[in-house]
Design a protein. Structure first.
Length: 218
């Protein structure tokens, strides 16, 4: 296992930039290790060697979301037979809700595949799906880009990108806390740029479902 993890230093220089946005490295594979989608490559998904490495390491993971931390990245696996979803996130994306991103990509891909495509993969794991999914690369890239740049979807207790406030700024901390102490508060949030300074769920008997937070995004 140690030797395999060392090989994942290949992700250290693989961040993708769209404008000033750094994206995580996401791969979608078939159960047999065939590449289906990657943020690292163009629409041809020609990263066969990387796909094989990911598929090999995934054999150590159960059929559930699992994370492995390396010195340079957090590696997240989501096995969903006959598909495998993988994401490598650098320290600059600490707090990104990778689990929900991979589930979102899974739902999008299943819409494109339909039940016939899933059945085809189950009966023939080595089948190359790229012809069936031609044209979907841009859509899946847009999902990854939007999710990475969006603050609201991160607010579910799994991953929140917080802006640290130095302990010395006692006055600022008290002011932020007082802003949240509002009678009848349903949900309060103070954000700056792409980070969250503070947030607070309101009355227990009137919770705001966290799934509804993207609706509030400007």
């Amino acid at each position: 296992m140690a030797n395999i993890l060392l090989d994942f230093t290949v992700f250290e220089e693989s961040a993708i930039f769209v404008g000033m946005l750094s994206l995580p490295e996401v791969h979608i594979l078939s159960g047999a290790g065939k590449p289906i989608f990657s943020t690292k490559d163009d629409d041809d998904c020609s990263n066969v060697s990387t796909a094989g490495l990911i598929q090999g390491i995934s054999s150590f993971a159960d059929d559930a979301l699992r994370q492995i931390t390396t010195p340079t990245h957090v590696l997240t696996f989501l096995p969903c037979p006959p598909l495998l979803f993988f994401c490598a996130t650098p320290p600059s994306l600490r707090g990104l809700n990778v689990g929900r991103l991979l589930h979102l990509l899974k739902h999008h891909l299943l819409v494109f595949l339909t039940q016939n495509g899933v059945s085809l993969m189950e009966s023939n794991p080595n089948y190359d799906l790229r012809n069936l999914l031609y044209g979907t690369h841009g859509v899946l890239m847009a999902v990854v880009s939007a999710w990475t740049s969006e603050v609201w979807p991160q607010l579910d207790g799994i991953g929140v990108r917080l802006i640290p406030i130095p302990p010395s700024t006692t006055t600022t901390r008290r002011h932020i806390q007082s802003c949240m102490d509002v009678p009848g508060l349903v949900f309060g949030l103070i954000s700056h740029a792409d980070g969250v300074v503070a947030y607070k769920q309101g009355l227990p008997d009137h919770p705001l479902p966290i799934e509804g937070m993207p609706v509030l995004s400007p």
